[in-house]
Write a protein that binds this ligand. Structure first.
Ligand code: FES
Length: 174
């Protein structure tokens, strides 16, 4: 059953930061509707309005995580409702690919979400955001920027071993 009130802002001073990419024609309008209708949802999202979910470049998502987002949410028009015919299908294909990539990087799947939300579904915006905040609060901070220092240190430690490793001779193929 859906929460009537938004989830708590987080543990102590920390609260999840979500970057939301919303399509202008549907989810952005639905978020606006939720606001105008005074529906209460967690104030953890920073929304970026785009003309279509198909405009969300994979680079935007990776950059959001690299700059400290704890989660990324994409909202687009329902299948067959995209104003540009198949932008949302394009996004769906990218989503499937990025999901695998993020999993390989050790990023939990709850941190990356794609939802079809029409302009009339203010209630759905509320429930999706509240649910995501709840799940991210349980997961805790992702802190990719903080991990960069660890990864750099690991690379520095590995460098001598890599440099001293025997180099295999190239095999000529006929
Ligand atoms: S116009 Fe909304 S997803 Fe394409």
């Amino acid at each position: 059953m859906e929460n009537a009130t938004p989830p708590p802002a987080g543990n102590g001073s920390w609260s999840p930061r979500i970057i939301a990419f919303f399509c202008n024609w549907c989810t952005y309008t639905a978020a606006d509707l939720a606001g105008v209708s005074r529906m209460k949802y967690a104030a953890n999202t920073r929304t970026i309005r785009l003309m279509c979910s198909g405009r969300v470049d994979p680079q935007f998502i990776l950059e959001a995580f690299a700059k400290g987002a704890d989660g990324v949410l994409i909202g687009g028009c329902h299948p067959n409702d995209c104003h540009y015919a198949e932008g949302n299908y394009k996004m769906l294909r990218r989503f499937a690919l990025l999901q695998r990539m993020l999993k390989d990087l050790g990023i939990a799947e709850e941190r990356f979400r794609l939802e079809w939300i029409s302009a009339a579904e203010g209630e759905k915006v509320k429930s999706v955001i509240n649910d995501m905040v709840k799940k991210l609060t349980v997961l805790g901070p992702l802190d990719v920027p903080g991990k960069f220092a660890d990864w750099d240190r690991e690379m520095t430690e590995l460098a001598p071993a890599v440099e001293s490793a025997p180099v295999e001779k190239e095999v000529a193929h006929a």
